[in-house]
Design a protein. Structure first.
Lengths: 320, 447
């Protein structure tokens, strides 16, 4: 990719006493890109976001934002950056609106209409005058996103932004992120559940124990993903097992709970269902247990020792 | 509705201005004004003096142990000065603690450091903005207390003349100026305690420690000031500076205590704020939590250092010369006794020639083993009155029990058998305070 990257981090390292939070992490994010930062709890996602927000200095490596080195002496690099780490925090004795007014003042002030716009965008306009102490976790998440929008950022860093949101709220946040990205804003979303971000991310960086376990475009990750896992309940499991043996690319075993555990790509699964119908075996229930991306994510972030930091690890998770 | 996305190119210069001290100051001012504790404190500062005067009004007694306490029914200015003496003991450090003791630790409590530090303001701007906002509120609350105490005193008691600490009278305008100056002076040590509150707030990240810390420190310092007879170690204790205004109320004021208090307060302020800034600058506000063991270690070390400092001051309290001596006490009390006797005679309607001077032979001695230093003294004013006859003069002894404080200010009281009751009837038939019943004064221990 050409041009100046919004984020260009090389060889980042951070040590907390005896714990290595990050080691040799590279990250490059372009304008308009939505990057998923994935990893299990403690993988180093939040530490990486803290570094990008200028809250923590890395022990090793360097970060450039918009082509400018991120250092404590240069506030310019962070001028177009907004975001939050962990849960967004506010003054509980003040209303949501006053909290935003104060944060806007810290950014140099601005027209009050911006605050109303931001509150409306996250669906908090009707509760804007209530004290934050009465907000739910989801409402605080929304307020956190509104606070970010006030800065009109060109880089948005969000730490598990859908945490605590209801399904409708998750969809709204995803739509908002896509809209911002369409306007050229680079977005980094962290999550420990790939299912929450797979509909919105263009690319992923998967962290495991402070190191990059996988890095690339969403399409590449899908291409390297293993077969999905399904739970199949039929009218005759014994015959269904026999039928499955004859379908290429499909593996089926009795799961012990009155159903079969089936591993297959989508095409193979279609063939199996058709074959079962033609042999007189009724399909009573078919559930997706683990999506391909989730299976990939679990494999990448499992606690098995890494073969080499920063290398694609698709081979490790291939089941076929 | 839409979101405006910033134009290409990072506005570095705008960014450095965006979260400047001025913006942080505005934010902190709004935050402080919205806090219930601050609003309650403002209410107490405004209504407290009126409540105090109201209580005084419905009871006949007076807080005579406090400087000017015996005059609270005679002049509204004395009411304000008594309130200032009380406030200096614990009230003003408490105001400093409530306002500044939670300004920084509240960010830790609410987890908002990472919120504010990811906006346009850096740590330096946040530190200065918060400090300025705290100072603004402290000054405003002290000014409110001063104004309300003056208003309550003048409205309820009146703007009568004020007896000086030399036994002379100040007119209403002069008294008003002196009372305002006294309150204004007390801002100096109060700001030093504001610095201490800021340090405690930053260092401990605990609002309770920050709020009550300055009050506790005042208490410890006041106890230390009571220990020992020396002068110099006491000057280093900033709580002592709260009383440095009292020599202003003399006919010939001296300014040594105020100069010393100014220097010590400046040192305290600079030391506390420098330490607070160093701690805040190095703090990892978003990193791993501090290990529990390490936290205890810091607390134990801090307590050990503070304990050693208290012990050092307790020992150092005896270093240097004693500022309170028999000669100084006699030289201060004698002219004051003279002036107050003349005032008493004038109030009783007896003719006193201008510039009249009594022949007084004073004698002061300290109770206890050491002949000098603060504590309990006995002073006898032998008034020599010429008379006709074989004995050319008559000697009338008036004995006072004098309680002298380490800063040289004292209260002298004589049994009614010598000088009459606390109240006497003046020439107009009104009950007034007998000026000789209780004598307040100050002698310069730094001279």
């Amino acid at each position: 990719m050409g041009g100046v990257a919004v984020v260009d981090a090389r060889g980042l390292g951070k040590q907390y006493e005896r714990t290595c939070a990050l080691h040799g992490v590279d990250l490059r994010v372009e304008a308009g890109e939505v990057r998923g930062l994935l990893g299990a709890n403690g993988a180093g996602k939040t530490t990486l976001l803290r570094i990008l927000l200028g809250l923590v200095r890395p022990d090793a490596g360097r970060v450039e934002l918009f082509g400018r080195p991120l250092s404590s002496g240069d506030p310019g690099a962070l001028a177009a950056v907004a975001g939050f780490v962990e849960e967004p925090s506010f003054y509980p004795y003040l209303s949501g609106r006053v909290n935003l007014e104060l944060l806007a003042e810290l950014d140099g002030g601005g027209p009050p209409a911006r605050i109303d716009d931001a509150l409306a965008r996250v669906g908090l306009a009707h509760r804007a005058r209530d004290r934050v102490s009465g907000y739910s976790t989801g409402m605080r998440q929304r307020l956190g996103i509104a606070a970010c929008l006030l800065r009109a950022p060109r880089l948005l860093l969000l730490d598990e932004p859908t945490s605590g949101l209801d399904p409708a709220g998750v969809r709204e946040v995803q739509a908002l992120v896509r809209e911002l990205a369409a306007g050229g804003v680079a977005v980094v979303l962290s999550s420990h559940q790939i299912g929450e971000v797979e509909d919105v991310c263009d690319s992923y960086t998967v962290l495991r124990r402070g190191e990059v376990a996988w890095d690339g475009a969403a399409g590449e990750l899908r291409a390297q993903a293993p077969a999905s896992a399904y739970r199949l309940a039929t009218s005759d499991d014994a015959r269904a097992l026999a039928v499955a043996e004859g379908v290429p690319g499909v593996t089926a075993v009795a799961s012990g709970d009155g159903a079969l555990a089936v591993s297959a790509q989508l095409g193979g699964l279609d063939e199996l269902v058709l074959a079962l119908g033609s042999r007189g075996v009724a399909v009573r229930r078919l559930e997706l247990l683990v999506s391909p991306l989730e299976a990939m994510f679990f494999a990448l972030t499992s606690e098995q020792p890494a073969a080499g930091a920063g290398e694609p690890r698709a081979a490790e998770v291939s089941t076929r | 509705m839409s979101i405006t996305v910033a134009a290409r190119g990072v506005p570095a210069s705008t960014a450095s201005r965006a979260g400047g001290v001025r913006h942080v100051y505005r934010v902190e001012r709004r935050k402080l004004a919205a806090q219930t504790a601050i609003r309650l404190l403002a209410l107490v500062c405004a209504l407290g003096p009126f409540l105090f005067v109201g209580i005084l009004k419905i009871q006949s007694g007076s807080p005579s142990d406090t400087l000017y306490g015996v005059w609270v029914h005679s002049s509204g200015f004395a009411v304000s000065l008594v309130l200032l003496a009380f406030a200096g003991s614990w009230g003003l450090p408490l105001i400093a603690g409530i306002v500044a003791g939670d300004v920084f630790s509240s960010e830790d409590r609410y987890g908002t450091w990472k919120t504010v530090l990811t906006r346009g303001a850096g740590r330096r701007e946040l530190f200065l903005g918060k400090l300025l906002a705290a100072v603004t509120f402290v000054v405003a609350l002290v000014a409110l207390t001063a104004a309300c105490s003056l208003l309550a005193g003048v409205l309820v008691v009146g703007d009568q003349r004020l007896v000086s600490l030399s036994g002379t009278l100040f007119g209403a305008g002069h008294a008003l100026a002196l009372v305002v100056a006294a309150w204004a002076w007390c801002l100096v040590p109060t700001l030093a305690f504001t610095g201490l509150a800021v340090l405690l707030s930053v260092a401990t990240r605990n609002g309770i420690v920050g709020v009550i810390g300055p009050g506790l420190a005042t208490l410890v310092m006041q106890l230390l000031i009571l220990v020992g007879t020396g002068v110099w170690a006491h000057q280093l204790l900033v709580a002592g500076a709260f009383g440095a205004w009292r020599p202003l109320l003399r006919a010939q004021p001296y300014y040594g205590p105020m100069l010393a208090g100014l220097g010590v307060s400046a040192l305290w302020c600079a030391g506390c704020l420098s330490a607070a800034w160093l701690i805040l600058r190095r703090r990892d506000v978003a990193g791993a939590p501090v290990a529990r063991r390490q936290g205890w270690l810091v607390a134990v070390r801090t307590v050990a250092v503070l304990g050693a400092l208290v012990a050092l001051f307790a020992v150092a309290g005896n270093w240097g010369r004693a500022g309170v001596t028999a000669g100084r006490l006699e030289a201060t009390l004698t002219p004051e006794f003279n002036n107050l006797t003349i005032l008493q005679q004038q109030e009783l309607g007896r003719p006193v020639p201008p510039g009249a001077k009594l022949n007084i032979l004073p004698g002061c001695s300290r109770r206890g083993s050491t002949p000098s230093g603060p504590g309990d003294w006995v002073c006898t004013m032998n008034v020599i009155v010429p008379q006709a006859g074989a004995v050319p003069f008559q000697q009338t002894p008036v004995t006072y029990d004098v309680s002298v404080q380490p800063d040289g200010c004292f209260k002298a009281q004589s049994p009614p058998a010598f000088i009459g009751q606390q109240l006497m009837r003046d020439a107009a038939g009104h009950d007034v305070v007998n000026p000789l019943y209780t004598i307040y004064g100050c002698l310069n221990v730094l001279r």
